[in-house]
Write a protein that binds this ligand. Structure first.
Ligand code: LMR
Length: 397
């Protein structure tokens, strides 16, 4: 039965890492997938994670199944990280979280939850968005539509166009927003703009689904949550998909959370029961290890402080690489203005390089970036690879 199959196209992001691994050029640079590198070009295991694992190894008693929604302690701490412990959405009991295999797992559970419980709703994604977003929702038979987000050059927010688009979405539909560090553009609304976005969502009775994969990579843990805290008002509903891949460096452990915010605690429990059906028919219950690491770190004062320091270190290195990139491009290609890269935040920026230029970077210079918009993972730049990277970019411009 498989004989007629043709090769499926490689994934537009992870497929590049496969190609990168096969490249024999010793000076190759991978700025495709969103993985943080330190100054030496390594993706480190955080010190707080190592210490949590050491404690877990000593204390772990069982490898029995977790509940469908994962470790209760993880769920509680994940919610507190989103909102802070004394936020009304938590103290009222109307916020519940499920531990999921990564942020992608959270998105897929959310998509199945929507399919099963709000079948008439379409999902609206920003133009552009993470390449996997439409695929996840289409895989769950969701109708996917787009709303305006960036200006024509892709370097800044077109806020008027965004509001106009949001104002045209029918009540009852779902709007996917990037909580911070928009992927792929690095362009975020300001706190004031978030308040206006929240007003539109409330007035038009739209359900926000917030993809929150980079908390702490933009301006700070609380600063990056400004958007979702503006959106979640007393009595309002939301779905939040968070990832701990980047801010804990736990990529391969697959740890994320789907947080459901409902109008009351009874409704939240009913919504949770339906999300559990989606999980049970997908992967049954989540793997323990990654969630246990996050819960151990966030639940311990000393480890939490260590994590905050390490996260701040990663954040400031990314900011420094943005500045260095802009300065180096100014030397290598003074006729081109890349200053917008320093204004954006998080791991990614749209370089504006065309597919032909992206292809040439790969084939002639062994520099790998994502084709759509020339998305660059700034967190993969180092002082060592900067000169070679900028020389290569200047040569294809
Ligand atoms: C990315 O956009 O590179 C990351 O979110 C990793 C992924 O799974 O695509």
């Amino acid at each position: 039965m498989f004989e007629t199959f043709e090769m499926a196209p490689p994934d537009s992001i992870l497929g590049l890492t496969d190609a990168f691994k096969k490249d024999t050029n010793p000076n190759k640079i991978n700025l495709s997938v969103g993985v943080y590198k330190d100054a030496s070009g390594a993706t480190p295991i955080l010190r707080c994670v190592k210490e949590a694992e050491r404690r877990m190894l000593e204390q772990e008693q069982s490898k029995g199944y977790l509940g469908i929604d994962g470790l209760p302690e993880f769920g509680r701490l994940a919610c507190e990280l989103l909102f802070t412990a004394d936020h009304e959405a938590l103290t009222s009991g109307r916020t519940v979280a499920l531990q999921t295999p990564g942020g992608t797992g959270a998105l897929r559970v959310a998509a199945d939850f929507l399919k099963q419980n709000l079948p008439a709703s379409s999902i609206w994604i920003s133009k552009p968005t993470w390449a996997n977003h439409p695929k996840i929702f289409e895989a769950a038979d969701r109708k996917v539509e787009t709303y305006q987000y960036v200006n024509a050059s892709g370097t800044g927010l077109d806020f008027d166009a965004m509001l106009k688009s949001l104002n045209g979405i029918p009540a009852g539909d779902v709007v996917l927003l990037h909580g911070c560090c928009h992927n792929p553009t690095g362009v975020d609304p300001t706190p004031e703009q978030w308040l206006q976005i929240a007003d539109v969502l409330h007035e038009r009775k739209l359900l926000p689904l917030i993809d929150f994969a980079y908390q702490g990579f933009g301006q700070g843990i609380d600063e990056d949550a400004a958007g979702l805290r503006a959106i979640v008002r007393p009595g309002s509903e939301a779905l939040i998909c968070s990832s701990f891949s980047k801010n804990f460096g736990l990529y391969s452990e697959r740890v994320g959370a789907l947080t459901l915010v409902a109008g009351t605690s009874d409704v939240a429990q009913a919504a949770l029961s339906h999300a559990k059906v989606s999980v049970r028919t997908n992967y049954s219950n989540p793997p323990q290890h990654g969630g246990a690491i996050v819960a151990t770190v966030l639940g311990d004062t000393e480890l939490r402080a260590m994590w905050e320091d390490e996260l701040a270190e990663m954040r400031s290195r990314i900011h420094a690489m943005r500045t260095l990139f802009v300065a180096t491009m100014k030397q290598k290609a003074p006729q081109h203005d890349f200053s917008f890269i320093a204004d954006q935040c998080g791991m990614f920026s749209f370089s504006g390089l065309t597919p032909v230029q992206v292809d040439e970077l790969k084939s002639k210079h062994a520099v790998y970036i994502v084709t759509a918009g020339g998305r660059i993972n700034v967190a993969g730049m180092t002082e060592q690879n900067m000169d070679r990277l900028c020389t290569a970019i200047a040569s294809v411009l």
